[in-house]
Design a protein around this ligand. Sequence first.
Ligand SMILES: [Fe+2]
Ligand SMILES: [Fe+2]
Length: 338
Amino acid sequence: METQDRLEKICNALDDGLITSSSISLRTGIPARTVRRYLEKIKNDGYEIHGKTPDDYDEDGEATIDYLLDRQNKHDKLLEKEQNQIVNLSGDKPISVTLFSDIHWGNAHVDYRALVRDTNMVRDEEGAYAFCLGDLGDNWVGKLGGIAAEQEVSILQEKSGIRWWLEQLSGKLPVVVSGNHDNRTKYLAHVDYVQDMCRGMNLLYGTDQVMFTLKLGEGSWKWKCRHQFKGNSQWNETHAIERDGKLYEGFDFGAHGHFHKPTIIRPYYQQLLRRVCYACNIGTYKKSDDFAIRIGQTPHHTEYTATVIYYPDGRCIVPNGTTLEDNLRFLRWTRENF
Ligand SMILES: [Fe+2]
Ligand SMILES: [Fe+2]
């Protein structure tokens, strides 16, 4: 309500003989506290003003609640979608899912030869798919902006690398989660470049996590992908995932990256689902890490990815310690012989 409108309503109420702030508030719908302020003004001020007053900056409560009710519809729809997420793979042959994480595009110490090799292998292999677990770029912004100057490429070139990678795996990449490096821009300036780059692509996306059911033929497996899980332990690389799986949500396969330690998949018993499930920590494509050394962490060289093979009859094979090349060679063989 405009200042002038309020003033007019209060003056009308006074003309009608109302004198207390509560009775005027009841008549006009203006809060009693505000009425008291106006009464003071009318009584004391020896001048008039025309223009923008502090009250003019107020938001209209009714308009705000209408807007929020409308926005709630959008959030309810998002929540509903989030709770029923499915990646339904077609075909009657086995498929593979390769997990990529912590590529850190643009960093001077990334093993680009291995990255391009692995990307091309998944791109060119029939039945091979990939999920991305975040830290696509280094994204040194904000208080860490100075580190960008130590890199071989500009941030724009870094982004072009991410775009190249997403394009290579287009149609093979049904799940993307952002990492803490990617999310820096989002939390600093509400710019989510991963969402921007993925717009129009056929994939499930989350800034923090993606939970979904993976389906192939008669097979169905619950997945939870995050960049990192809460409650990590420096003594046990998959502790945080197992803790989450045991305490909160049952899933057959939980995976994260972030810690830049060698890729490992660990089976563990999950009471909620009453079966053996898997927790997977994916390594990084960085061969060394100046920033990790600077803050006192030990960087690890790693075998980069992990791959799971799924069968349409519900079986799955979870190889540990094998190379991507061997995993895809096995996929080819098992597809031919299935
Ligand atoms: Fe990372
Ligand atoms: Fe990270």
